[in-house]
Design a protein. Structure first.
Length: 99
């Protein structure tokens, strides 16, 4: 089994509010999100827009490389992104994982 590699610069960034996301992205990629309930938690990473609700929470994962991260989402069988959220929920760190 190959080792998991996480690539990140560990910079903290502010989540974007719904009004900061381009309208065409909201209507095509996030049409399932309730407008009143999801006013923030958006961010753009490597040219793709994400919302915090897309991430699976990490708890007791068998791969210890995930231990310092709060959530992940898969892009393929071998890759995806991981996220770490600040204690106040206003900022995030993002990383790319590869196996």
């Amino acid at each position: 089994m190959s080792e998991l590699k996480i690539i990140t610069n560990n910079h903290w960034r502010q989540f974007k509010y719904r009004y900061e996301v381009p309208e065409n992205i909201l209507s095509s990629d996030f049409d399932y999100l309730n407008e009143e309930d999801n006013i923030d938690g958006f961010f753009c990473y490597r040219g793709a827009w994400y919302h915090l609700s897309e991430y699976m929470r990490i708890e007791n994962h068998s791969d210890k490389s995930f231990s310092s991260w709060h959530g992940y989402t898969s892009d393929s069988f071998f890759s995806g992104t991981v996220i770490r959220v600040s204690e106040d929920g206003e900022m995030y760190q993002i990383g790319l994982y590869l196996s």
